[in-house]
Design a protein around this ligand. Structure first.
Ligand code: HEC
Ligand code: HEC
Ligand code: HEC
Length: 469
């Protein structure tokens, strides 16, 4: 980068791309810059400081859009179990592309996955790949994310620019990008900060102003947020925005939308994308902020590359044999699952069996096959019999009779009842509906319990309820 004199137009253009700064550890800034350049070149157009050429006349009311996501917690996309679900990495581009690429900045605040289970580690890789494809400018790593990324050798992934409050030198603590807003240069700096590890004063060092007199917008991602933290940061007078960890699914502004710094959280599971619109105010040198939480709903178009990435994820899940390796409890009293068919003999429950066959429950596994999720333990759990127990579902090949939501999901394991049908009852049909018909997976269930029960009616009247033999 040019160190003296006026930068040439060529350098200037590059500087638009080369704007990562290791704000914490300048010694390794040079090394990081090389990484940043490779990253910028390999993932298409980045925010550049070139004057947009197609614009005619005076540029009035230009807006810079900072998009925030975070706390994805492993939700690559909603399960699709019932209508109206929000989220999905594949729908994010539809939101991002609603503004021109040179007027946006994409930041993920971290908490990529929930645990370090085998499945979550696979998801971690996929989410990192997705954020690269989505061309995020910076991805903040929480402590947990950082450990996983380091263990998986992802920290120097050239497609993603990680930032984290760790001062180990493996990632930068911050990131800067320059924009043109109404023909004026504006530098947006994003810094990540852990109030439990560093003194507040260090924030000042972090937000170094790259050029005398340049207009700056300083965004701080904090790993803990409460009134004490906020009120120790605010007096520094240099932070415009504080992004807090998400305690809830919905994004929220904490305190007044007019206060500076503006304090907010982005919500969980990628259900919303937060957009901070930044405009020059009429008063010179000031900016107006407008915060919007955009629901990632089903009307948004899916991005083909991310749809393919999800298919790749399903294939990895399948190849990893997660279903076979799923931990299974022993059933009490030596009971075993035997499958719905075994209840169907003509002198027992032929009637109920035929009725059940007509229910949606009897095709619950086929539903998963249609969407390619039949090897995914997170889906299979509610679409088959007894996945969490020994003798329960393992795979279609090994346990073909335990596909679908069968008799034993509701009436309990049937082995003893089958051996001695007249002596041993199955456990009574309990109203276990809610175990699977949760608000997330069955939006219409709550409040319509009777209608749902009516729709699975497979028993003969006038049998008294609770009287299964
Ligand atoms: C083991 C999980 C599980 C349990 C327990 C369960 N369900 Fe279901 N239910 C499902 C699944 C999965 C589907 C979707 C099947 C499909 O369409 O592939 C479903 C679908 C349904 C449908 C059809 C919904 C529609 O839109 O067509 C009704 C009605 C229903 N369940 C009622 C009930 C009732 C009533 C109970 C309790 C007595 C119950 N379910 C218990 C998993 C379960
Ligand atoms: C907590 C239990 C549960 C889990 C976990 C679950 N499902 Fe479901 N699924 C249901 C229930 C209940 C229904 C029926 C919902 C209704 O109709 O109200 C359903 C329905 C569906 C449907 C049918 C929707 C339709 O209208 O035909 C699809 C597709 C589906 N699930 C896919 C998945 C996938 C993919 C996963 C994993 C990512 C998954 N499910 C995980 C309980 C679950
Ligand atoms: C989604 C849960 C669910 C599934 C699946 C299911 N049942 Fe039921 N079953 C019930 C409920 C709920 C009742 C209603 C009786 C009650 O309220 O006590 C019932 C009632 C019955 C009854 C009549 C009980 C009585 O004597 O009144 C029989 C018999 C029966 N089921 C057999 C079966 C068989 C056989 C299958 C599989 C082919 C099956 N059920 C699948 C939930 C289920």
């Amino acid at each position: 980068m040019g160190t003296s004199g006026r930068p040439s137009p060529f350098l200037q253009r590059n500087r638009g791309n080369l704007n990562i700064l290791d704000l914490a550890n300048r010694k390794i800034a040079a090394a990081l810059t090389v990484v940043a350049l490779t990253a910028a070149l390999s993932c298409g157009p980045r925010a550049s400081i070139e004057v947009p050429t197609r614009r005619q006349g005076p540029v009035e009311g230009e807006t810079l859009n900072v998009f925030f996501t975070g706390s994805s917690l492993g939700r690559l996309k909603p399960c699709g179990c019932s209508g109206g679900q929000l989220g999905g990495l594949e729908r994010r581009p539809a939101v991002f592309n609603s503004v021109p690429a040179e007027k946006r900045l994409l930041i993920d605040t971290g908490s990529l996955v929930e645990t370090n289970s085998d499945q979550d580690l696979i998801k971690f890789d996929i989410i990192v790949e997705a954020l690269g494809l989505l061309d995020y400018h910076a991805v903040n790593l929480t402590d947990e994310d950082f450990e996983i990324a380091r263990n998986r050798g992802l920290l120097d992934n050239p497609a993603v620019r990680f930032i984290s409050p760790h001062r180990t030198g493996e990632t930068a603590a911050g990131f800067q990008s320059r924009y043109l807003l109404n023909n004026e240069h504006v530098t947006v700096s994003v810094l990540t900060f852990d109030p439990d590890k560093s003194p507040t004063e260090q924030i000042k060092e972090g937000f170094v102003n790259p050029e005398e007199g340049a207009k700056t917008i300083n965004i701080l991602i904090v790993s803990r947020c409460d009134e004490e933290v906020v009120s120790s940061i605010a007096p520094l007078g240099i932070v415009d925005c504080i992004v807090c960890p998400s305690e809830a699914e919905e994004p929220m502004i904490i305190g007044s939308p007019n206060r500076r710094p503006l304090v907010f959280s982005v919500g969980r599971y990628g259900r919303y994308i937060c957009r901070l619109q930044i405009e020059k105010a009429r008063v010179r040198d000031r900016f107006k902020f407008k915060f919007t939480a955009i629901p990632v709903n089903e009307d948004l178009e899916k991005d083909a590359a991310l749809v393919d990435l999800y298919k790749g994820y399903q294939q990895i899940i399948r190849d990893s044999n997660l279903l076979e390796r799923h931990p299974r409890y022993v059933l009490p009293d030596g009971l075993k699952y035997v499958g719905s068919q075994s209840c169907s003999s003509s002198d027992c429950h032929a009637y109920e069996y035929v009725e059940w066959m007509d229910n949606a429950h009897a095709s619950a596994y086929a539903t998963l096959e249609e969407v390619g999720s039949q090897y995914d333990p997170e889906c299979v759990a509610c679409h088959v019999v007894g996945m969490d127990y020994e003798s329960g579902f393992i795979s279609e090949q090994q346990t073909p009779l335990l596909k679908d939501v069968g008799c034993e999901n509701c009436h309990g394991p049937g082995s003893k009842h089958n051996e001695k049908p007249h002596e041993v009852k199955t456990s009574e049909p309990k109203m276990t509906c809610i175990q699977c018909h949760t608000p997330e997976h069955s939006g219409d269930y709550a409040g319509n319990e009777d209608t749902f029960l009516e729709r699975i009616k497979h028993w003969t009247e006038p049998n008294a309820p609770g009287n299964v033999k």
